[in-house]
Ligand binder design. Structure first.
Ligand code: NDP
Length: 432
């Protein structure tokens, strides 16, 4: 904390990992003696830069851009870019640190990074977003490359922003390589990438349930968020037989007791992706309730936090437990606070941490890199089947390192399994 003052989100992420990894390295002193965990908490480097752009009224605007290259022990840096006014170094370091473990769990050769800017795309015109993205990439491009660092999307960075940034990279570098993932299909994107994080989260929940002899069929599910992760998590839950009754955004949540079916979800995709509207419009459209706040008080069997960090606190977990919720699987990164995670464990609620449960997105990004390298495109069926197998594999690793009697500690399992591959590579490189 002394070395990284004021970085509360970063402290929270390191604390959570250290709580499971430190007891493990006490029993395996070669990691302790080589100070591997201390080395893993320090990013390889952090790049901070000015982004200047002009809005539609001719005003000059200044934002701050970042890329945190966290760890490339097992592959080139890989992780998303977030455009949101809350972006700061603490948030990007927590995300980059988590990414180290997540990418390792996928079994694909990817190191970890994260970046973004304190730019708010909300309310900006397409041309303003384009000018911002071009200015952002004009600085970033010298630091990235298909074998160096491959950014992707995250909050506020979807297909539109990736396209503007890829166009600018291509222009500056004078090369066409797979330097960003989440690209459109016409220029090297992968099928299933848009769906991957949400689908993967639903697959992970399915695995946790199956491990207890349960299934998704007829389970009532609460999903938060209404962005990329939430929408496709809801879609796959439905396909697996569950009923999704909520979606949310930063203004509040809708509660549709009849369930959000396929045609309603198509309407939400149009609302959020094309029209960039608010989820409250769903309540007007389909005649259900809209409330301010978070959806955790809605009775459910399963909960899927898919919006942002620290959105599920002790109050929300008390409501979930009181209503008999049996499992939580995180689509977002670190949506559950440390105290709330402890409450879930005490109540015996299964809990899939984001670094395991939402790894499907980066996994399919890894498969996008593979397809770019071999200059071939796989079919949606092939990719979805690979995604499902990767999620099954991540669940298996969590069980291998997290089984405690008849219960699986998924936090411990994910942290230790993710740690080991990176730690062994770092040990092999010697003191660097
Ligand atoms: P989007 O920008 O598509 O959607 C984000 C959603 O979360 C929106 O509904 C947004 O509402 C809501 N939200 C954002 N900030 C807040 C806040 N402070 N309070 C309440 N609601 C908020 O992002 P994604 O769906 O891509 O990402 C969601 C989460 O999943 C993030 O934690 C991200 O890091 C994580 N993730 C994403 C991956 C991906 O492939 N996209 C991969 C792995 C993890 P509003 O529109 O009102 O802001």
């Amino acid at each position: 904390k002394k070395r990284n003052p004021g970085e509360s989100e970063f402290h929270q992420a390191v604390f959570e990992v250290a709580a499971s990894v430190i007891p493990y390295i006490q029993d395996n002193p070669r990691y302790r003696d080589a100070a591997i965990l201390q080395r893993m908490t320090e990013p390889d480097r952090t790049i901070v830069f000015r982004v200047v752009w002009e809005d539609d009224d001719g005003n000059i605007r200044v934002n701050r851009g970042y890329r945190v290259q966290f760890n490339n022990a097992i592959g080139p840096y890989k992780g998303g870019l977030r455009f949101h006014p809350s972006v700061n170094l603490s948030i990007l370091k927590f995300l980059g640190f988590e990414q180290t473990f997540k990418n390792s769990l996928t079994t694909l050769p990817m190191g970890a990074g994260k970046g973004g800017a304190d730019f708010n795309p909300k309310g900006k015109s397409d041309r303003e977003v384009m000018r911002f993205c071009q200015s952002f990439m004009t600085e970033l491009w010298t630091h990235i490359g298909a074998d160096v660092d491959i950014p992707a999307g995250d909050i506020g960075v979807g297909a539109r922003e990736i396209s503007y940034m890829f166009g600018q990279y291509k222009r500056l570098a004078k090369e066409f390589t797979g330097v960003l993932t989440g690209k459109a299909l016409e220029f090297g994107g992968s099928l299933i990438r848009t769906e991957a994080t949400g689908y993967g989260n639903a697959f992970f929940m399915q695995e946790m349930l199956a491990h207890r002899g349960e299934g998704m069929k007829d389970k009532t599910c609460v999903v938060s968020g209404s962005g990329n992760v939430a929408i496709y998590c809801a879609e796959k839950i439905r396909q697996l037989g569950g009923k999704v009754v909520t979606l949310s955004d930063s203004s509040g949540f809708i509660h549709d007791p009849n369930g959000i079916d396929e045609s309603k979800l198509e309407w939400v995709k149009d609302l959020k992706v094309k029209r960039r509207g608010r989820i409250s419009e769903y309540a007007e459209m389909f005649g259900c309730e809209f409330h301010e706040g978070k959806p955790w008080g809605v009775p459910c069997d399963l909960a899927f936090p898919c919006a942002t960090q620290n959105e599920l606190c002790t109050e929300g977990v008390s409501q979930l437990i009181a209503n008999g919720c049996m499992a939580v699987s995180e689509g977002a990164n670190m949506p559950t606070t440390v105290e709330a995670i402890d409450m879930l464990a005490e109540a015996g609620v299964m809990y899939g941490p984001g670094k395991a449960a939402n790894a499907g997105g980066v996994a399919v990004s890894g498969l996008e890199m593979t397809q770019n390298s071999i200059r071939l495109a796989w079919t949606a069926e092939e990719l979805e089947s690979r995604l499902e197998q990767i999620m099954v594999g991540i669940h298996r690793q969590c069980v291998q390192y997290g089984q405690e009697g008849d219960h699986v500690n998924y936090v411990k399992g994910a942290n230790i399994a993710g740690f080991l591959k990176v730690a062994d590579a770092m040990l092999a490189y010697g003191v660097i």
